[in-house]
Design a protein around this ligand. Structure first.
Ligand SMILES: Nc1ncnc2c1ncn2[C@@H]1O[C@H](COP(=O)(O)OP(=O)(O)OP(=O)(O)O)[C@@H](O)[C@H]1O
Ligand SMILES: [Mg+2]
Length: 242
């Protein structure tokens, strides 16, 4: 075990007494990017939720360790402070919570306490980068947001917090071709050797923007190929059934 590694060992997860993930092991090295591919309902989102600490996902197997810390003992907010970030596949809408208040609360807890004016100065330039208006900050969190706005909000959070392990659960879904390209370019610009993208996708186009070091296929949770496009080709040829 070394530093700067998110490590999953013999992990089994169940939901409502049904086992979803069975005995999976893998390592995510900081600085490398990963994609996770496998069919609908195979447990990709469940893995993402488990990494983030969603209480509904019951870990029956062994461990998840980040830099020697046992993640399973930590609540989702503490995991976020270790710089794990999840962009949800299905994004929850939270009425009555203003986006500004939410982002300030997250920033104050994860980075440093700010006053209203201090935080305004931090967040507003980031809005400009994403071509979002200042009014956007005073909307209820994700309520009636278009998919485009939801994805921009996730990128806004990534820019604000600069997380290390960034799990993108089908971030490409819900976007039209033009919006997708802008999102993919923004993600590409955020990728450095001090962070890792863990990209869950069925639409391989996003992988053309971000350099992928390892491809994980969930079925046996193995690094099956170095080259995701080879797997994409095989999946197109009905590889799942073989
Ligand atoms: N919170 C939950 N409550 C009940 N069942 C769940 C829950 N989360 C996942 N499951 C079940 O676990 C299985 C795996 O679901 P999961 O969403 O993790 O798959 P996935 O690989 O992300 O699928 P997709 O590619 O369609 O997004 C499914 O049968 C699903 O119904
Ligand atoms: Mg999913």
């Amino acid at each position: 075990m070394i530093w700067d590694m998110l490590s999953i060992k013999d992990l089994s997860v169940s939901v409502e007494n049904r086992e979803i993930l069975n005995n999976i092991s893998c390592n995510f090295d900081l600085g490398k990017n990963y994609c996770i591919l496998w069919k609908n309902g195979s447990g990709k989102s469940s893995l993402a939720m488990t990494l983030m600490g969603h209480p509904k996902y019951n870990v029956t197997g062994w461990e998840i360790v980040l830099d020697w810390k046992d993640l399973l003992k930590l609540s989702p907010d503490k995991r976020a402070k270790l710089w794990i970030f999840l962009a949800f596949q299905n994004i929850p809408e939270i009425p009555w919570v203003k986006l500004f208040e939410f982002l300030k609360w997250v920033y104050d807890n994860a980075v440093k306490t700010t006053t209203f004016m201090e935080f305004k100065k931090i967040i507003e330039p980031l809005l400009d980068d994403l071509q979002l208006s200042k009014d956007f900050l005073w909307r209820d969190l994700n309520v009636w947001f278009s998919w485009w706005e939801r994805r921009k909000l996730e990128i806004l959070q990534m820019k604000l917090l600069n997380p290390k392990y960034i799990i993108l659960d089908e971030i490409d879904s819900g976007l039209d071709v033009d919006a997708f390209k802008v999102v993919a370019e923004m993600l590409k610009a955020l990728s450095t050797d001090r962070n890792s993208f863990i990209i869950i996708t069925h639409i391989f186009t996003i992988l053309e923007y971000i350099n992928i070091d390892e491809t994980l296929v969930l079925e046996k949770w193995k690094v099956v190929e170095q080259w995701w496009w080879e797997i994409a080709r095989r999946i197109k040829e009905n590889w799942f059934k073989k």
